[in-house]
Write a protein that binds this ligand. Structure first.
Ligand code: DX5
Ligand code: ZN
Length: 219
């Protein structure tokens, strides 16, 4: 298993100073910046789109881990590549042909991820796993920060860990939702190597970001 990396979700940032917040996360030791895109249709909340993503891209060199919770998704892939995404993660339910969407992302030179909602069975990855750079286990239903970790996600992480190891490929196993100091070690023990954390990263304000990130890594 690879060393644990933390991807703070900027959904929990102060949007009135988003660029500054991303700089603070960079300095606090964030490994990637997790960018949650919500359309009010695929999920019951609206965040922001490619223009805002692009406007803050230049403040850090850390990879942008863009999580698209939008449907239909294909129409917007190119815009997020242009906005500076390094990884684009989609949900299989967000379009009629998710294999095609994965190929589209890869054809534009960006890493491709697939996100599994709590109710989505893991077998959905079977015919595309060789093409993926990342698998994302949702440990809450997508749409909002600050929800509680669904314990059933741990079994899915373990099962997907096995599937990834069987391929022998370098595929990140990411978990998203309700990650905090109690749930992070459980997710890592189950086999996750990339943890998204919104609420837990931003807890206590900017002076605490670095300590919060270290603590989630178990340090
Ligand atoms: C949920 C988003 C998450 C969310 C995580 O739909 O995909 O990335 O921001 O927030 P916390 O860490 O607060 O559960
Ligand atoms: Zn997310």
């Amino acid at each position: 298993q690879k060393p644990t990396r933390i991807a703070p979700s900027i959904l929990a940032a102060d949007f009135s100073q988003l660029g500054k917040e991303i700089q603070r996360l960079d300095q606090a030791g964030a490994d990637l910046i997790h960018v949650d895109i919500m359309d009010g249709h695929f999920v019951p909340n609206i965040s922001f789109g490619p223009a805002i993503t692009k406007s803050v891209r230049s403040v850090t060199k850390k990879p942008f881990d863009v999580h698209l919770m939008i449907s239909p998704v294909d129409l917007y892939i190119e815009a997020f590549v242009e906005a500076g995404a390094d990884i684009i993660t989609i949900h299989p339910e967000a379009g009629p042909h998710f294999h095609r969407t994965i190929q589209l992302i890869k054809s534009l030179g960006v890493k491709a991820g697939l996100a599994l909602n709590p109710g989505t069975p893991i077998e959905i990855v079977d015919h595309v796993i060789e093409d993926l750079d990342l698998l994302l286990v949702m440990s809450v239903n997508p749409g909002f920060g600050g929800q509680s970790f669904i314990p059933g996600a741990l079994d899915k992480i373990s099962a997907l860990r096995q599937k990834i190891d069987t391929t022998g490929k370098d595929i990140d196993l990411e978990v998203d939702g309700g990650i905090n100091f109690e749930t992070a070690p459980k997710a890592i023990a189950a086999g996750a190597d990339l943890l998204v954390a919104g609420t837990a990263t931003f807890k206590g304000g900017p002076d605490h970001y670095a300590a919060n990130i270290l603590k989630m890594k178990g340090q």
